[in-house]
Design a binder for this molecule. Structure first.
Ligand code: HMG
Ligand code: MG
Length: 296
C-alpha cells in the first residue's frame, strides 16, 4: 500500500541552479528559497560548497547560508573536508555529502576515485554526527553512469552499507542521468528499504527520459516516502553529460495530491515561487503544472 504522507526534499536552489547557464543573482536565490519555504517546503538543499572554478553558479554559498531565513532542514552539499570547513564557518548545520557508485563519474565530478572520496569522507561524517549535525549521503549513478553504463545494484547497496555503518541519517539515492526505468527503481528501492529499515531513504530522479514520475510511483510502491525534486524541473549535474533537470516538484506534488497523499505543500504558493526564478533561467520552464498555471 502507498504511504499517506510523503516528504519532498526540494533541491532546486542547489541541483536546479548549479547547471544554469545564466548567472542568477544571490538576492533572487534567497527570494526563491524564502517563497519555497512559505509554500510548505521544510527540507531543502540550498547551496553547495564546491570549487567556484568547477561550479561557478554556487560561488555565493557563504552569502546564501548567512542570509537565508532559517527554517526547517537546510542542506548544503559538501564533497570534501574543505567544503565542510567553509560550510561550518558560514553556520550550516545540515550536510549532504555526495559520492558516485561509478568511479569514472566520481573522478569527473570530484576528481577522486570512489574509494578515495569514501576514505576522506569517513572521519568528516563521524565528526559531523558527533557534533550533532544531520548528514545525508547522496549516492550518484546508483542505476546508470554516463561513462560506465549500467551499474550493478549490489555495488550501490554496498556503498550505501558503508554510509549506514558510519551512521548517516539519510541516503538519497540518485538516478543521475535519468535512465532508470520503473522496474529497476522498484527493485533497488525495495532492496534498500529491506536492508536499511532504520534509515531515511530518499529517491532522487532526473527526468531526462520522462520516466521520473513513473519511477516515483514505483518507488512509492516499494515503500519510499521521501523524494528529492526541483521546482520548475531545473537542474542537472555539469559533470554528467546528457542529464537534464530533476523531476519537477510541482508535478510530483500534484500527482501525490491527486492520489490523496499529503505533502504539506501548497501547490498554488509553490507555483508562485517558481515565478521568482522563471525570468532568470536560460531555458523556459515548461513543466506540466507550471504551463497550466501560466495559461490559466
Ligand atoms: P580539485 O581541483 O581536485 O581540488 O577539485 P583540490 O583539492 O586539488 O583543490 C584545488 C583548489 O580548490 C584549492 O584552492 C582548494 O582550496 C579549492 P587553491 O589552493 O587552488 O586556491 N577547494 C575548494 N574550494 C571551495 N570548496 C571546496 C573546495 N575543495 C577544494 N569544497 C573538488 C575537487 C571536489 C573541489 C571539485 O571537483 C569540485 O568542486 N567538484 C564539485 C562537483 C559538483 O559540485 N558537482 C555537482 C554536485 S553533485 C550532483 O549534482 C549529483 C546529485 O544531484 C545526485 C545525482 O543526481 O546524482 C547530488
Ligand atoms: Mg542530481
Amino acid at each position: 500500500s502507498l504511504p499517506n504522507i510523503v516528504k519532498i526534499v526540494e533541491v532546486g536552489p542547489r541541483d536546479g541552479l548549479q547547471n544554469e547557464k545564466n548567472e542568477v543573482p544571490t538576492a533572487v536565490k534567497l527570494d526563491l528559497i524564502d517563497k519555497l519555504q512559505k509554500s510548505g517546503i521544510d527540507e531543502m538543499e540550498i547551496t553547495s560548497f564546491v570549487s567556484p572554478k568547477w561550479v561557478p553558479q554556487m560561488k555565493d554559498s557563504k552569502e546564501i547560508v548567512a542570509n537565508v531565513k532559517k527554517k526547517g532542514r537546510q542542506f548544503v552539499l559538501t564533497p570534501n573536508k574543505k567544503g565542510v570547513e567553509l560550510a561550518q564557518e558560514s553556520g550550516a548545520t545540515s550536510f549532504a555529502v555526495f559520492v558516485g557508485v561509478s568511479n569514472s563519474f566520481n573522478k569527473k565530478n570530484i576528481n577522486k576515485t570512489t574509494d578515495e572520496s569514501m576514505q576522506e569522507l569517513k572521519p568528516i561524517i563521524e565528526k559531523l554526527l558527533e557534533e550533532g549535525h544531520f548528514v545525508r549521503a547522496c549516492i550518484s549513478t546508483a542505476f546508470y553512469c554516463p561513462y560506465e553504463g549500467k551499474i550493478d545494484p549490489l555495488q550501490t547497496i554496498n556503498l550505501c552499507k558503508k554510509f549506514i555503518s558510519w551512521g548517516v541519517n539519510e541516503l538519497s539515492v540518485a538516478d543521475t542521468i535519468g535512465m532508470a526505468n520503473p522496474v529497476e527503481s522498484y527493485d533497488l528501492f525495495k532492496s534498500l528499504k529491506k536492508e536499511f529499515p532504520q534509515t531515511l531513504i530518499t529517491a532522487h530522479f532526473h527526468d531526462t527520459r520522462k520516466m521520473a514520475l513513473a519511477n516515483i510511483f514505483a518507488a512509492l510502491q516499494a515503500g519510499v516516502d521521501r523524494f528529492d525534486s526541483s521546482a520548475g524541473g531545473l537542474g542537472g549535474c555539469p559533470f554528467a553529460p546528457g542529464a537534464t533537470g530533476n523531476v519537477a516538484t510541482e508535478d510530483v506534488v500534484n500527482m501525490l495530491h491527486q492520489m490523496d497523499i499529503t505533502t504539506n505543500i501548497n501547490l498554488d504558493l509553490l507555483l508562485e515561487a517558481i515565478d521568482t526564478i522563471a525570468p532568470f533561467t536560460s531555458r523556459p520552464i515548461e513543466t506540466g503544472m507550471y504551463k497550466l498555471y501560466k495559461n490559466k
